[in-house]
Structures are given as C-alpha cells and as structure tokens.
Design a protein around this ligand. Structure first.
Ligand code: MG
Ligand code: MG
Length: 257
C-alpha cells in the first residue's frame, strides 16, 4: 500500500520527524564509554512516553524477526548493522554505534538512524564507512522530488556506496512511511535510474543506506533480530524520513535542538 498525505497532514509529519531526530541526538550525547544499551533503551522509552508518542518497535513482529522486538530503539554495535536488539552491554571506547528509531506521533510515523563512534574515533576506516552512508543518503535525497522515480533514488544511493568501494546489498532498503512504519514503495540501495514508481507530493519516504566494510552478506544473531556482517567487519547506517513536496523533498528528521 502507498499512502499519500494531504497537505494538512504535513505539520504532523514534521512534528513526528522532529521528535525522532531530537531523541536520537539526546541518545547520541548520552552514549558515552560505559553507557549500557539497556539504559539507552529505557531513556528512549521515557522520551517517547513523555512526548505522547507511540513506539513502532516494541510490539513489532515482522517475518524477519523472532517474536515481538520488545524494545524502543535499535542499538547496533560494530559488526551489527540493522535491527540491533538492546542487550546488557556497556559501550567501549571506539565502538561504532548505530541508533535507529521510529515512532508514531498523532498518527504519523517518522523513522531515522545515525551511526557514530563512541568516545575517541581512532580508526579512519570507521569514519569512512559512516561518511559513505551519510553522503549516499544526501545523494538520494538530492534527486527525490515530484516526477523522480524510485530507481533514480536507488541509483544515486548505490553509486555513492559503490564509488566508496563497498559492496551494496539490496536487502532491507528504504520504504514508504505513513500511518505505519513499513509501506510501499521499497527503495533498494542500488538500482537503475528511470525505473519504478514515480514520486508525487504527499509521499513520505524513509531512505536508509547501510554498508559493511568488506562484505554484503548478513547473519542473524542468536537473539533472532540483530543482523551482523558475516565477516565480523564494522558497519554503518544513515536514515532520514523525507516528505515529497511540490518542488523537492523536505527532510523531516533533522534535529531541532
Ligand atoms: Mg529506521
Ligand atoms: Mg526505515
């Protein structure tokens, strides 16, 4: 199903996006050496509740996970790249952490993810991974607008990741967003320009390039959720929710503070 928001829905989408972005930034500032992933989950839960929002994750039970997720934020560390289920782990200096969050506020969902190094970033390869996903996200957003096709976004994202020297998986790409978290159209992280669904104003899209340093193959952790690189290499993931407007794409998940 593809949902198209009415122009009068856009203010609600902006509020949902700002909430997600502000929670992610708050968690980024609290994610210090020694911080436990379960603390990050608990802080996220309280910020969602205080805002009157609803978690998209806690009861989420898709085909690719084992049972309800049971937590409020994804915390993926080092070789974990997607769907990292919070666990009893205290962050170490130099850990590469990805936080991914989706909430519903007043009936509209926003979804965003950030990757960063905890403590001191010593490894330039880690920063290159993060930089590639951020640049790929920017490139995808730059070509998003009315009349563009999904393949244009996929091509723009995939070209940046490929040029940076990474193998690109077409599993778990971007997606439509609306009254629920995962909707059509699917947005693979590589593809051919000019192909696929044509974007129009009112569409909300989550774009989310992710990469692993030396492989494109995933394995599922024993927790039934967390997806890791098969080689144990480091990983990164960047995601924004954007609204297609009459003249381009508006990023909804930028921090406001
Ligand atoms: Mg997400
Ligand atoms: Mg998403």
């Amino acid at each position: 199903m593809i949902e198209i928001l009415k122009p009068t829905d856009l203010p609600r989408a902006r509020e949902a996006g700002a909430l997600v972005a502000d929670i992610l930034q708050a968690m980024r500032s609290r994610a210090a050496v020694g911080t436990n992933l379960l603390e990050i989950d608990a802080w996220t839960r309280s910020m969602i509740v205080d805002a009157g929002a609803v978690s998209c994750y806690v009861d989420y039970e898709p085909s690719f996970g084992r049972g309800p997720f049971g937590h409020y934020i994804c915390t993926s560390v080092n070789d974990a790249v997607l769907h990292g289920r919070p666990r009893d782990y205290s962050l170490a200096d130099g850990d590469l952490l990805t936080l991914d969050l989706a909430v519903s506020l007043d009936g509209v969902v926003a979804d965003s993810a950030i990757s960063f190094v905890v403590g001191e970033a010593r490894d330039p390869d880690d920063l290159a991974l993060i930089d590639a996903t951020e640049r790929a996200l920017e490139a995808g957003i730059a070509v998003a607008g009315p009349g563009a096709k999904i393949g244009d976004l996929s091509h723009a994202i995939g070209t940046v990741l490929d040029d940076a020297g990474y193998q690109v998986s077409t599993e778990f790409g971007g997606h439509g967003v609306g009254s629920t978290m995962h909707q059509d159209p699917h947005i693979p992280n590589k593809g051919r320009a000019g192909r696929g669904y044509k974007l129009r104003p009112g569409l909300l899209l989550a774009l989310e390039p992710w990469v692993m340093a030396d492989t494109d193959r995933l394995l599922t952790d024993d927790d039934g959720w967390t997806l890791r690189s098969v080689t144990g290499c480091r990983t990164a993931h960047s995601e924004h929710t954007v609204a297609i407007t009459d003249d381009g794409a508006e990023i909804l998940t930028l921090p406001t503070r």
